[in-house]
Design a protein around this ligand. Sequence first.
Ligand code: ADP
Length: 354
Amino acid sequence: EKYHATLEENRKLFNEVQELKGNIRVYCRIRPFRPNEDHKSSTTEFIGDNGELVLANPTKIGKEGSKLFKFNKVLGPMASQDEVFKDIQPLIRSVLDGYNVCIFAYGQTGSGKTYTMTGPESATEEELGVNFRALNDLFLISRSRGDTIMYDVSVQMIEIYNEQIRDLLGMDGILNASHPNGLAVPDATIHPVNSTSDVIELMRTGLGNRAVGATALNERSSRSHSVVTVHIQGVDLKTGATLRGALHLVDLAGSERVDRSAVTGDRLKEAQHINKSLSALGDVIFSLSQKTSHVPYRNSKLTQVLQSSLGGHAKTLMFVQINPDVSSYAESLSTLRFAERVSGVELGAAKVNK
Ligand code: ADP
């Protein structure tokens, strides 16, 4: 039971939850260079302890081409999966107190989104990503509180590809998103989790069913959004009071802009759907931050599915993923600009649009 924290650790983590301020946090994660990349050609000029990142334009010399970005935290190339998880563990555990939490990974293909959320293919235990760790942690902690609260933990796993929702753990076929107060995708199968091995098996099945296509950037590039939802239902054994929480773990499709001359047919259609849904996500978060009365949830399947977990008392964390290579400068800049729009923003008072 590798990820089971001690009681003392738990208390500390729970106290930290209380201290989390604001409902949206943005973390930037810079992946390390791969063996075939030139280590000298990094666009990340400076990584500060306090969430600062300086991105340098490779075609301009000196300060002129450098731009400063600020995040809640910057995780450099040396940050381990364990460090990353420990950092967000309080947020994840707040689901057991009845919160809705959404964790996204955003970035261009090859920037480490899947590494952060899931881990690499055939990952060692140390390499396992947020999905495995979060599910396992929630499962174990819910069991450890078993003499005061009885929890049920269950999982749904869907993918959104070309604005169509599919169940990654059930039958093939296109599903509908539902209204904000019920389950986001009522027809997607729900799987109770009763052991750590259940967790592993479900995750592997779901991941195996993800639509993957080949692009020039990364042959196993994902053109779909995948959403793992962990549902928590707790009953207080003394008072009979019930609580519900949900954790959404979202590996977004690659954010890269598509060179229209290089892409046609199905690939172009995919790219257009991806662009549309990512900008709809940006619009929803922006509009929540402005506390406007109309929040445009209906503009994409992604925002419809996540509606109950964006806004209100929900908490959101976005991992903004960066490939440090100079060849990725333009994409990194555009990723960081998207993040800039999202960061410093508080999800809170906006009304849910009916
Ligand atoms: P994306 O999901 O954004 O397309 P991947 O997660 O597939 O990107 O990452 C691209 C490559 O970089 C993969 O081979 C992955 O294993 C590797 N990688 C990404 N992030 C890290 C990291 N933090 N440490 C080690 N390798 C990483």
